[in-house]
Design a protein around this ligand. Structure first.
Ligand code: ADP
Length: 589
């Protein structure tokens, strides 16, 4: 408070004014006191001179004049001097008249001789002290004389000093009391202003939690109420806008679409994390920067320029930007200064990839269908054109037609199975797999085919295998595909092993052959649809190129995976990993 400029401005001028007034009053009072005191002394000397003159002329007084002068001087505590008109001192109660010089030229004596009385204040050459002299012309025993009374100024000054001291103490007390009152009043008036100033200061620094106490009913109280209301509504607005901002941030950061908004000068107002990810910029250096500094795609920059030029919404497909295809919608909007822009970027990579895969799949399927259909059609035409007359050829052609019809059937069956597996986005496993009986059944199915090639199939199933949740038909189909491949891609008189065991929380089924093997460069791709190492050999065996793809999907359906290891000319091993509890297993492939 004491450091407040307002307090100092209120307190100091009044305090200085009071000090000046008291000083001036004290000074003039002291002067007046001195004058009054001197005139009192003068009056007293006048009165005493009249009395002494009468006593000196008392006919009954039988003492000498000098004795009378001494007695009267002692009684009245003053110096009495009698001087004849020539200036000769006749009597003096404080000095030896013989030693005294002529007093005719003393100012008070001259005045008394000329006008009856005179006064002067000066230093006495006789008694060597400051004195007040009063002289009166009197008749002494019928002759003129001058009676002079004088008092020492020292005594007078001592009296005055006492008076001055009392006056100074009074002035000091007055200054102290006035200063305290000034201090109290200045503080009282400054406190509300200081409170308002501090409040306004905290408002300007963004601290909206303070409120001012309302004082009295005057203008300051109205101002306090108005400022408090203003702070409350500011705090409300700020809280609302920060809540809205937080909501907007939450919505924007939860969006998978990238969103950028710019002002009329194309400076970025906001950009969400998805926009930074999709358009490949640093999210921490986006807000406040020019759009051109942030965007890296020339295609997009051209689209932005066109949208701003045409002032109309436009949608463009761009990419790939860092491997992503995007569909970007540009929506310009008018601002106070120029056109602002909202950019919404949608990642279409998956859709583009899906479309590519679909086209590739359709092309593959038509290609795969075309060969057997062409073969069937060709041999049917040959038969119709007369080849049927040769019974040997007829049998041969009919066998070829049947083989390609079988291939078509395999193809359609595999495609349908694959479609069924792929359509189950969320696998719903019902039922339990008794692996022992599934493996037994597959073995029985393929034993005759293997026998035809002189191959042996050995079944090694661990004894402690539990039943596990799964689809037995799918599992049987997968193992059958692996066994079918092992038979197809192995030479005659080789051996094939099917082993099943438990490893931690998974069942592992391995189909191992000593067949032709798979080259290392083909190994990573053999689970792709229609991928075949040797297309004509596969087709000659009735293969569709979909068998391993179905195995992979079956494994994924059960939350498991399939792995292949192989060496050309030595054989291959396909391992199917199936979790015992598919719900806790992560899918892999
Ligand atoms: P296909 O119907 O042609 O057998 P698959 O999807 O079952 O189709 O197999 C894909 C390809 O992987 C086969 O064409 C073959 O080249 C190769 N392949 C699969 N299993 C074996 C195996 N056990 N030994 C050697 N090559 C194999």
């Amino acid at each position: 408070m004491l450091t407040s400029p307002l307090f100092r401005r209120l307190f100091l001028p009044y305090f200085v004014l009071i000090c000046c007034c008291v000083g001036v009053l004290g000074f003039s009072g002291a002067r007046r006191l001195r004058a009054t005191h001197l005139s009192d002394v003068e009056r007293k000397l006048q009165d005493n001179s009249l009395l002494i003159a009468r006593l000196l002329n008392d006919p009954h007084a039988n003492r000498k004049v000098r004795e009378q002068v001494r007695e009267l001087g002692d009684a009245l505590s003053c110096r009495i001097t009698l001087i004849d008109p020539e200036g000769k001192v006749l009597a003096d109660n404080e000095a030896d008249v013989q030693q005294m010089e002529n007093h005719r030229l003393r100012p008070e004596v001259m005045a008394a001789l000329s006008s009856g009385q005179g006064i002067s204040v000066r230093r006495s050459g006789t008694v060597r002290a400051e004195l007040v002299y009063f002289a009166r012309r009197i008749e002494l025993a019928g002759s003129p004389a001058v009676l002079r009374l004088s008092v020492h100024l020292d005594a007078l000054e001592r009296d005055l000093a006492d008076l001055y001291q009392a006056l100074a103490i009074t002035a000091a007390v007055a200054i102290l009391v006035a200063g305290a009152i000034c201090f109290y009043l200045a503080r009282r008036h400054a406190i509300p202003f200081v409170a308002v100033t501090q409040f306004a200061d905290s408002l300007s620094r963004g601290d909206l939690s303070h409120r001012i106490a309302r004082r009295g009913d005057g203008e300051l109280a109205t101002l306090s109420t108005a400022l408090n209301t203003m702070a409350e509504s500011l705090a409300d607005n700020l809280a609302r806008s920060s809540a809205e901002r937080a909501q907007l941030q939450a919505v924007l950061s939860a969006m998978s679409e990238g969103v950028i908004a710019t002002d009329g000068e194309q400076r970025i107002l906001l950009a969400n994390a998805a926009a930074a990810r999709l358009l490949n910029f640093d999210p921490t250096h986006a807000t406040g920067h020019a759009l051109w500094e942030v965007l890296r795609s020339d295609e997009l920059i051209k689209a932005v320029e066109a949208a701003l030029r045409e002032k109309g919404r436009r949608s463009v497909k761009i990419g790939p930007i860092v491997g992503r295809h995007l569909e970007v919608v540009l929506s310009p909007f008018p601002t106070g200064a120029g056109m602002g822009l909202v950019i919404a970027a949608h990642d279409t990579t998956e859709a583009v990839r899906y479309e590519e895969l679909r086209e590739e799949f359709v092309a593959n399927v038509s290609h795969e269908l075309r060969t057997p259909i062409a073969m069937i059609k060709g041999f049917a035409e040959t038969l119709r054109n007369g080849a049927s007359s040769d019974p040997e050829k007829l049998q041969q052609y009919l066998a070829t037609i049947e083989k390609h019809a079988d291939l078509l059937t395999n193809l359609v069956t595999d495609l349908l199975d694959l479609a069924k597996l792929e359509s189950q986005a969320v696998p719903s496993i019902r039922g339990h797999v008794d692996l022992q009986s599934v493996l037994q059944h597959v073995h029985e199915m393929y034993a005759p085919t293997a026998q035809q090639k002189g191959q042996t199939i050995e079944l090694r199933v661990a004894s402690n295998l539990p039943n596990f949740p799964g689809n037995p038909d799918y599992i049987e189909r997968a193992i059958a595909n692996l066994l079918d491949n092992a038979i197809k891609y192995s030479l005659d008189n080789t051996s094939i092993t099917i082993a099943a065991r438990r490893e931690n929380a998974a069942i592992i089924i391995e189909v191992t052959d000593n067949g032709i093997g798979i080259p290392p460069e083909d190994l990573p791709r053999i689970f792709e649809r229609f991928y075949r190492v040797d297309r004509s050999r596969s087709r000659a065996m009735g293969g569709t190129g979909l068998g391993l793809s179905i195995v992979k999907h079956v494994a994924q359906f059960h939350g498991g995976k399939v792995e292949a290891t192989s060496a050309v000319g030595r054989g291959s091993t396909f391992a199917l990993h199936l979790p015992i509890d598919p719900l806790t297993a992560s899918s892999a492939g």
